[in-house]
Ligand binder design. Structure first.
Ligand code: HGY
Ligand code: MN
Ligand code: MN
Ligand code: MN
Length: 401
């Protein structure tokens, strides 16, 4: 049975479909995300919200004049490569439906209320997750951001221009942060916690510490047929070792996870021994100490494997965020507004995790029956989507009423 939330999600179901990988590929300021930004601007405008992009390309839709102590909700519209339909969009769509529900009930906010769409949350194009919220809070400098390039060599500065953003203006926005009284993000759960608890909606307690490291192995490009094994310096060998070392190390560091999901040999010919291999390690753990321990173990194995094969190794940390424990005062307030809902941790990063260091922040989760995310099997039932929007409306009414 469809409802306003599932219908609104369906209305963008064709944007950014990725037929090569399945799922969606919508990335920061690319054609599909620009299309979704236009969609959001039209939908928010149709609800009488005043849509204003900030200097970093995040979109803010205001109910009432932007002002201090605002209640802010929202999420992101970009995806990972081959991602699901709910991670990000469910939070944005639910916020728009929550505004509908509040208006239909005759509600008028006593505090400014905004729906925000953060840019490039997945870091799928420029490699830094939560790029829009990191720029907003100063967690990444404007210079570091402007130096970012996508796989085609397009700089972030060039990309934001396509969204009408002046790259010279990128950077921390203390005035925008200063307007936020609290931030609540609704998100599809990326796991089976709510399924196992038989609950449609829940609250977040914490987020794992997590970061991304690039391992660049340099060997000697050569001919696959004419190069004897003892004369090779093949960077694919140590790269393959890192994939296994990541799993090995994570199985020994309590509560940690380590993944290599992206590995790029260059030049990438079938009959060519690669000259370089880049791989990216996604490492997560309950805190910074455990994350450092995890990455050091993997890097040690990588260095040994590089030496064994006569290759060079360069390890670069591309992003890192400490573990987040959400403000239990705000979470308790939401629990009071929602009644008996479970609270559970997440291993997934979110813009809420970036905002939490600056303003009282909470997250609402919606049940995902498959428990799968960052893949086409990610799902939320229409009834649970509707329950999520209604819960968000109750929260916004309680906080802004
Ligand atoms: O990678 C993450 O945890 C988030 O989905 N960006
Ligand atoms: Mn995600
Ligand atoms: Mn997300
Ligand atoms: Mn030849």
């Amino acid at each position: 049975m469809s409802n306003p939330t599932s219908q609104l999600l369906d209305s963008i179901a064709d944007v950014g479909i990725d037929h090569t990988r399945g799922g969606y590929s919508r990335h920061g300021f690319d054609r599909t995300e620009l299309e979704l930004r236009e969609w959001f601007t039209a939908e928010a405008g149709a609800r009488g919200l005043d849509v204003r992009p900030d200097r970093n390309g995040n979109l803010w839709a205001w109910w009432g004049a932007p002002g201090p102590d605002a209640v802010v909700t929202g999420s992101h519209l970009d995806s990972v490569p081959g991602g699901g339909a709910f991670d990000g969009p469910l939070g944005v769509v639910s916020a728009l439906v929550a505004v509908d529900l509040l208006r239909a009930s005759g509600f008028t906010p006593r505090r400014p209320l905004a729906v925000v769409v953060f840019a490039e949350e997945e870091g799928g194009r420029f490699g830094v997750p939560c790029l829009g919220s990191r720029l907003l809070t100063g967690a990444i400098t404007a210079d570091a951001a402007r130096a970012l390039r996508d796989a085609d060599g397009v700089s972030l500065a060039e990309a934001v221009r396509a969204a009408g953003v002046d790259p010279a203006g990128l950077g921390a926005d203390p005035e925008a942060i200063g307007r936020i009284g609290c931030f609540v993000e609704l998100h599809v759960e990326q796991g089976r916690g709510l399924v196992d608890l038989a609950a449609p909606v829940g609250l977040a307690t914490s987020i794992l510490a997590h970061g991304r490291w690039r391992f660049r192995f340099t060997g000697q490009g050569n001919h696959a047929g004419t190069t004897p094994l003892e004369q090779r310096a093949d960077p694919m060998l140590p790269a393959a070792e890192v994939v296994r070392a990541a799993r090995r190390a994570a199985s020994t560091v309590e509560g940690s996870r380590a993944t290599v999901g992206r590995l790029v040999p260059r030049p990438g010919g079938t009959n060519v021994i690669a000259s370089t291999v880049d791989l990216w390690l996604d490492a997560r753990a309950p805190d910074g100490v455990a994350t450092r321990e995890l990455v050091e173990r993997i890097a040690d194995d990588a260095e040994q494997a590089a030496r064994d094969e006569g290759c060079e190794l360069e390890v670069t940390r591309e992003s890192y965020g400490d573990s987040v424990v959400f403000d239990d005062g705000l979470r308790d307030r939401l629990a009071g507004l929602l009644g008996d809902v479970p609270a559970l941790p997440t291993g997934a990063g979110h813009d809420a995790g970036i905002l939490a260091a600056h303003v009282p922040t909470a997250m609402l989760f919606v049940r995902n029956p498959t428990g799968i995310s960052h893949a086409p099997a990610e799902h939320a039932e229409p009834d649970d989507c509707a329950r999520g929007s209604a819960a968000l409306a109750d929260v916004l009414r309680g906080l802004a009423g």
